[in-house]
Write a protein that binds this ligand. Structure first.
Ligand code: ISE
Length: 359
């Protein structure tokens, strides 16, 4: 089977990371093109990734199985829609801003291109539902959503433990999601849509239930953020089966990246994300280290996610959260934004899955 030729749209922090992953670490895939509103950024990345092994001799053919060999080149395409339509691009990774996802996803569907779309699927529930419906009409799942926590070994082990029933029924989830810092452009709405959305998916996935109601509380904000930004936020999700999940999201924690999840069940509890790696005693201190950001903490999850997406795409399938999961998360976040401004619980308006998908 020939390599999957991948194009990456949006090469900011996450897109550049994925582009490098496809070019250098993923088997059965080749990075062929990148596009970004910042052409200079795309050019620099394409030039760097057109070399393999990094700094290797001209003409070297060394490569992993798949991957971009020296001299094969990664081209820069100005228009993302042109990249999506290109004949030499078999599949697309969308890591552009959420505000342009809807248009780019529709283009992927129009051209029959499988796509791994970073969250959020789209900016609101109505457009996300249109995407779900358009994909359903094609009769084939082309969209996978980048909820990478599902591929993290610790989260996967937690899911397996809860599904085994060994602890009895799961009743409550407590989540913590802290980033070291977020830029000044990261407003309260983005904390819901770009950060909290991960725990929205975690709760839906671990419970295998939809979220029916959300309340977003605004504790006293950190003095690090500007006026009108609510950071941290504390949210409570109520699920269809009566279970409850809570999450503290704090994107300017200053210390490091920290993501934890504790599940409380009838006969025990289980916690992941304690970060208990190497414990060191040195220089009159003891303890471990904290990852600086999500690329380090979830590196393995991203590697597994992209490798499994490539493998599934070559079989003509997806292997992970689909468009419905992206839509359901968008609907919860939309209710979350309403709760953020009203300070009261807000019901999630979710279309009937059976009516939309017939399943
Ligand atoms: C970022 O977009 C991510 O997806 C990270 O996982 C999350 O921790 C961060 O808050 C988001 O901005």
């Amino acid at each position: 089977m020939s390599d999957l030729r991948v194009g990456v749209v949006g090469v900011g922090v996450m897109g550049a990371d994925h582009a490098e992953r496809v070019a250098r670490k993923t088997s059965g895939a080749r990075l062929v093109a990148v596009a970004d509103a910042d052409h200079g950024r795309a050019e620099a990345l394409a030039a760097r990734l057109s070399e393999w092994p990094a700094g290797g001799e001209s003409g070297s053919t060394a490569r992993h199985s798949g991957g971009t060999a020296y001299g094969e080149g990664v081209r820069v395409v100005e228009d993302p829609l042109e990249l999506i339509a290109a004949d030499d691009v078999d599949a697309v990774i969308l890591a552009s801003p959420g505000s342009v996802h809807a248009e780019q996803l529709f283009a992927c569907l129009d051209h029959g291109k499988p796509v791994l779309c970073e969250k959020p699927l789209t900016m609101d529930a109505a457009s996300a539902l249109q995407v779900v419906e358009a994909e359903h009409k094609l009769g084939r799942q082309l969209i996978q959503v980048g909820f990478m926590r599902r591929f993290d070994p610790e989260y996967a082990a937690l899911k397996q433990l809860l599904d085994s029933g060994d602890l009895g029924r799961t009743l409550v989830l407590h989540n913590v999601h802290r980033n070291k810092s977020a830029g000044p452009a990261f407003r309260s709405e983005m904390i819901v849509r770009d950060s909290m959305v991960h725990e929205v998916d975690v709760a839906r996935w671990l419970f295998d239930e939809e979220i029916t109601r959300i309340t977003v509380h605004k504790p006293k904000p950190t003095s690090v953020v500007g006026d009108g930004v609510f950071d941290p936020q504390l949210a409570v999700f109520e699920l269809a089966n009566g279970a409850i999940a809570d999450v503290e999201v704090f994107v300017n924690f200053q210390v490091g990246y920290e993501v934890r999840c504790e599940a409380v069940a009838e006969r025990g509890s289980a916690t992941i994300g304690l970060g208990s790696g190497v414990f060191t005693r040195a220089g009159e201190r003891w303890g471990g280290t904290m990852p600086a950001d999500f690329r380090t903490r979830f590196e393995q999850a991203y590697d597994v996610e992209v490798q499994r997406w490539v493998d599934a795409t070559r079989r003509g399938e997806i292997d992970g959260p689909g468009a419905w999961d992206g839509y359901a998360a968008a609907a919860v976040c939309e209710a979350g934004l309403a709760s953020l401004s009203s300070g009261t619980p807000v019901e999630v308006a979710l279309a009937d899955r059976g009516n939309v998908l017939g399943t």
